[in-house]
Design a protein around this ligand. Structure first.
Ligand SMILES: *Cc1c(COP(=O)(O)O)cnc(C)c1O
Length: 381
C-alpha cells in the first residue's frame, strides 16, 4: 500500500541536493555562524524578490510577527509594548502564533469572522466592527494570507487609510503569493514570513523574515532581534535573541532559486485536484480569484463534518495523509479567554473548523499519488 504524505521534503532535498550541499559546505569553510555572509545575501535577494526596501532575517515566523508589532509600538507610541487598550483586528481562523504575537506585543486581539469562500478575514466585517465604534482604540490590522491566498489588500488598505491603522501581513503561508502585481508581505507596513520546514520556502529548522519599505521599522527591528541595541553591549530597547542562523540562510538561498518553479508546480497540482474533484456533490474546492495569485501552501476542500470524519478514517487505512488547519479557532482557546475581543458572530470560522480538510500537496506530488487521493475521495463521497 502506497503512503501519500502531506508533503515530501526528502524528495525536495534530493531535487536540489547539489545546490543545498554546496551552500552549506561554504558555511563549514568560513565558520561564520552568526549574522554571516549568507544571511546578508539572503536578505538582499528576498528584498529584490518581494520588491521591498528592507528584509530582516529572524529566528522564526512567530518572532517576525512579534518583532514587527513591537517595532510599530515603538515607532508609533514611543513605548516598548502596546497597552491592552490598544486593539489589533485579526482572524480567529489561523495558527496560534498570529494571535499570540498580538498578546505578547501587549495589545488585545479583536477577532473578526472570515469570508467562507477564501477563509481569509472578511473585510466587510472589519468595516462593521470599526464603524460600530466597539471596540474603540483599534491601532492596526493583522491579516493572514491563509493557505497561500492573498487577502483583499485593496480593501484592507482603504480601511487602514480611512481609520489610520497599520497593517502587518502574516505571510507565513504565502511566500511568492501575489495580490494583483504585488507580492504579499510587501503591501502593508510590514510583512512577516516563516521558513518553518513545511512552508513553501522552508529551511532545515526554524526561520523567519520581516519585509518592509519603512526604514525606521527596519532599523528598530534589527535592534530588537539582537538584544535591543545597535551595539550588542548597549541596549536601547527590550530585545530578543532572534537571529536567523547563517546555515539556515545558506539553505534558504539555495531553495530560493526554486521557489517560483515550486509554487507553479503546486498550482498545477491544485488545478488537477480541482478539475477532478469539482463534480463531487457536497464537496467544495478552493475558489480562485483573479486578483490573488494563490500558491497553495494548502489545498483545502470543504465537506460536511460527518463526511470529513469518514474520509479521514478511510484515508488513514489507505495510508493517505490529510490534516485539518485548523480544528479549533483562536477565540475558543484558553490562552485567549478574557484576553481577546470577539467582534460579532464568528459563524463562518466555526463552520470552517468543522468542515475543512487539507489534502496532500507539494511541488513534487506525483500524478499517481494524486490519482489515488482523488479515486479514494470519489469512493467515500
Ligand atoms: C507557520 C505560521 C506562523 C508561525 O511561523 P513559525 O515559523 O512556525 O514561528 C505564523 N502564522 C501562520 C499563519 C503560520 O502558518
Amino acid at each position: 500500500m502506497k503512503q501519500v504524505p502531506m508533503l515530501n521534503l526528502k524528495l525536495e532535498y534530493e531535487y536540489m541536493k547539489r545546490d543545498i550541499d554546496s551552500h552549506v559546505e561554504k558555511c563549514f569553510q568560513h565558520q561564520n555562524w552568526i549574522l554571516g555572509p549568507e544571511l546578508k545575501t539572503l536578505e538582499q535577494k528576498i528584498a529584490e524578490y518581494l520588491e521591498v526596501k528592507h528584509c530582516i532575517g529572524v529566528a522564526c515566523g512567530t518572532d517576525a510577527l512579534l518583532i514587527a508589532l513591537r517595532t510599530l509600538a515603538i515607532k508609533l507610541n514611543g513605548r516598548e509594548y502596546f497597552n491592552t487598550s490598544d486593539k489589533i483586528i485579526t482572524t480567529p481562523f489561523t495558527f496560534t502564533a498570529t494571535g499570540d504575537a498580538i498578546l505578547r506585543a501587549g495589545a488585545t486581539p479583536v477577532f473578526v469572522d472570515i469570508d467562507p469562500d477564501t477563509y481569509n478575514i472578511d473585510t466587510s466585517k472589519i468595516r462593521e466592527c470599526l464603524s460600530s465604534n466597539v471596540p474603540n482604540n483599534v491601532v492596526g490590522i493583522l491579516p493572514v494570507h491563509l493557505y497561500g491566498q492573498s487577502c483583499n489588500m485593496d480593501e484592507l488598505r482603504k480601511i487602514a487609510k480611512r481609520y489610520n491603522l497599520f497593517i502587518v501581513e502574516d505571510s507565513a503561508q504565502a511566500f511568492g503569493a501575489r495580490w494583483q502585481d504585488k507580492k504579499v508581505g510587501s503591501i502593508g507596513d510590514a510583512g512577516a514570513f516563516s521558513f518553518f520546514p513545511s512552508k513553501n520556502l522552508g529551511g532545515f529548522g526554524d526561520g523567519g523574515m520581516i519585509a518592509t519599505n519603512d526604514g525606521q521599522i527596519a532599523e528598530i527591528a534589527r535592534m530588537l532581534l539582537k538584544h535591543g541595541g545597535k551595539d550588542k553591549y548597549n541596549a536601547t530597547h527590550i530585545g530578543y535573541n532572534s537571529r536567523l542562523d547563517t546555515i539556515q540562510a545558506a539553505i534558504l538561498l539555495a531553495k530560493l532559486k526554486y521557489i517560483d518553479e515550486f509554487n507553479d508546480r503546486r498550482r498545477r497540482a491544485a488545478e488537477v485536484y480541482t478539475s477532478t474533484l469539482s463534480g463531487i456533490s457536497g464537496l467544495t474546492c478552493p475558489k480562485v480569484f483573479s486578483d490573488a495569485y494563490h500558491i497553495y501552501h494548502q489545498y483545502t476542500i470543504r465537506v460536511s463534518a460527518s463526511r470529513r470524519q469518514e474520509i479521514q478514517k478511510v484515508f488513514t487505512e489507505e495510508g493517505i495523509c490529510t490534516s485539518i488547519y485548523y480544528p479549533l479557532p483562536l477565540h475558543k482557546m484558553k490562552a485567549f479567554k478574557g484576553r481577546a475581543i470577539i467582534a460579532g458572530r464568528l459563524e463562518h470560522t466555526e463552520k470552517a473548523t468543522q468542515q475543512v480538510l487539507n489534502l496532500p500537496i507539494g511541488p513534487l506530488l506525483c500524478r499517481e499519488e494524486q490519482s489515488l487521493v482523488c479515486k479514494k475521495l470519489k469512493e467515500v463521497c
